[in-house]
Structure formats: C-alpha cells, structure tokens
Ligand binder design. Sequence first.
Ligand code: CA
Length: 473
Amino acid sequence: MTRQPNLLFIMSDDHASHAISAYGSRINQTPHLDRIADGGMRMDGVFCTNSICTPSRAAILAGTYNHVNGVTTLATHMDNSLWTFPKALQGAGYQTGMFGKWHLGHGPKHDPSGFDFWRVLPGQGHYHNPVMVQAGNSDGSSQIVERGGYVTDLITDDCLSFLDRRDPERPFALFCHHKAPHRSWEPSREHATMYDDVDIPEPDTFRDDLVGRAEVIQAVKMRMMDLDPIVDLKSPVPSGLTEDEEISWRYQRYIKDYLRVVASIDDNVGRLLDRLDDEGIADDTIVVYTSDQGFFLGDHGWFDKRLMYEQSLNMPFLIRYPARIEPGSTNDDIVTNVDFAPTFLDLAGVEGSPKMQGRSFASLLDGETPDDWPTSMYYRYWMHRDGDHLCPAHYGVRTRTHKLICYYNAPLGQPGALGPADPMEWELFDLVNDPLEVHNIIDAPEAAAVRAELEAELARVQAEVGDAPFVPQ
Ligand code: CA
C-alpha cells in the first residue's frame, strides 16, 4: 500500500511573490524558500479570491468563496462548525496541528477546530514576546500562554515540537502560519541591521501618478505618505527633505523592515526543511509555501493589498513532493485559493466534500493541464472605505490576457464595510501589452469588443460560483 503523504503547509501573512528569489525578486534573496521551488514546482498563476487576511484563510480551509463561507471581511469570523479540509484529514487518521496566525476569530464558535493540537496568536498577535492561545482547558475554553522570543522563531519551535511528539507511523498535516511579514514589520534582533548599507531598488511603477485609473483608486490611502512614521517606519521623518526625497526615504524604511522580517521566515523555513531531511521523510512530505495574499512593495506607490491589481491578487505558491512533482518545474495555469482544499485531499487520497467549490490541480502538478482547465478567475473584495485604507468594494474577472474590474463602491451592509457608497466605476487592463497595469482602457474604442467579452465572462464566472451582481438601488 502506498503511504499517505504528510502535509507541511507553511503560510505567511502578506508575503508577495516579488520578494522571493525563486520568483525573480530584484530586492532580496530567499535561499530556503528557493529550496522548495528547486525541489518541486513554482506556480505563477495562483490568485486569491479576496485579497485580505481573514477571508483568504476561510477560503483556503473551507474550499469555498466568501459569499458561501460567510467570511467576507475582516470583521466576519469563521463559524468553526463549517466543513474544512483539515477536519477531513483528521477524520481520515492524519495527525493535525495548527500553529501561529489564525485570525478567524476566537471563542467556542471560532477557535480552531479539526486540529489535534493548536496554539495561535490572538488576532494579529505581536512580533516580540507574544501572548498565544491554545486548546486545553477541560471545560473546552482555551488557555493563554505567555512566550518569550521572536514570533517567527516561536511558531517554528512549536511546529518542530509537534513533529517530536507525533506518532511516526501515521501521516501528519502540519499548519505553520506565520504572522510575518504583516504590518508593522518588526524585525528580529538577528536581522535588525540587514540592508543597512544598501539601497533597495524602487519598483518600475513607484512614481505612478494613477492618471486614468478609477477615482476611488486615486483616493486610496496606501501611498508611502500614508505610512505612520513612528509605528510603521520607527523613525521621525528627517527635516529638510523635499516631498520626492521623503517618499524615497519612506520606501527605504518600509521595504527594509519588510525584507528583514521575510529573512527570518526564510531562515525558519530552512529549519523545518532540515528536519524533514534529518528524519528522512522529505520524499513522503508535501511541502507548500504560500501567503494569504500578495502585497504592494511600492508598486503604484502603494503598500498593503486589498485591490485586484497583480501584486496583491497573486499568491506565491511553491510546492515540493518528490514522489510526484518534477524538481525545478513551473506552471502558469490559473488556480485560486479555493482550489487548495480539493487538491490537498486529492494528493492525500482523502475524500472531499460536495460543499467544496474548487477543483483539484493535482494534474497540473503532474505536468498535465486538462483541456477544460479554467482560463479565468473571479475576485471580490467586500469591504468598502475601511477607515485606514479607503479601498473600494469591487469584483472582477482575470483571464490569461486581461482583467476587468467593477468598482461597485457600496458597503451592502457587510460588517467592516463603511459608507457612503460612491458612483460605480470600471477598469480594464491588457495584461499582455500592459503588464504593469498603468493604462486603463475601459473607454478605449479599440477595446470595445474585448470589454464586451470580459463583461460576459464576469457575469458567467459570477453566476458559476453562485454570487450575484451589484444592483444599484
Ligand atoms: Ca494577509
């Protein structure tokens, strides 16, 4: 009988592909993440269906879109009685553990479920000396644990302890969910002075003036000047700088801390990979590295995520499974976070649930793309005008060549989505001729035919997943 594979699922928070050297980063090196790519597959077409922490996590665990699992915004927590793929693995005899960032709510109705053991950060958690919450009290309530040290190291320590304690005769599914590199990017002492002597290159669209883009996009508060000097940049702004100079100074402060925090993730991923090697179980273990969404690293002048632009929409996805995946391979087919659950169950030979909306991409890992593989994906960001970022509510469709975005700009009563509503606006990008997404061609006469095609495709994918179009009141 073929042994069922172990699953080591490592997910960071807000780590964009373009800060991973396996994806050709121009700004850092990630040798340990690259080990996963070198020994397996780098997937280039993986997208989140809602680019924000809590909803993306729910989509991954439940294998459903947010209008189905109910986790539409940061203020909606996941009902832990929902079917999830870790529950299916646990039910099939897997030893399951969840460590690190949960961010799907706390208390009897929202604590992690489907895990033999879990220890998570409350809410966002802290980088240094974090408090954690774990299963344990006999009345079902959780225990508070005070930890000393740096969060990325501690989460990794907990994962290694889980491996120490497990029964080696049964497969495991281990979830290592890093808090890093989420805002406010606080490095460990070991990495505090990394990059001190270098200038990190600014991205091509760093000075994007956003001309021609939707008005709500021009109003988004995610520019370098919107970073808090003390909290985010850990320094008062030096006096005597021109505005251009200050923007560049802010970028350097921001991106260096982001990359220092990423360096700690990379080191700690190395510790986990070394353990698999030392135990001789690397061949039997599926290792995944991903992030709950992407992030703007100065692209379009922004930080943060939320929007359907590529750097935010795209998720890094590196997967190694020597028994099945060709080392050093790549794939650029369109996959979403809703597809993760059916894929992992498929690889484990465990039955899924009819509730899942995604589709297993195991055949893509084998190097074969089925003829009917999707060539488009549906996206929806439900929040509107949250207090800090002012990002608009929108939905859209991305194909292999184009992207159509409808900023419907209304809160629709969603928790955490604020009013007032704004007039509806649209954007259309040609990703082949304008991969940087700086030319909105929504009103270009020569794009009329492609616009009509994309509008029809948006309606089709929206109906296919069971979501409904916005209807102005
Ligand atoms: Ca996130």
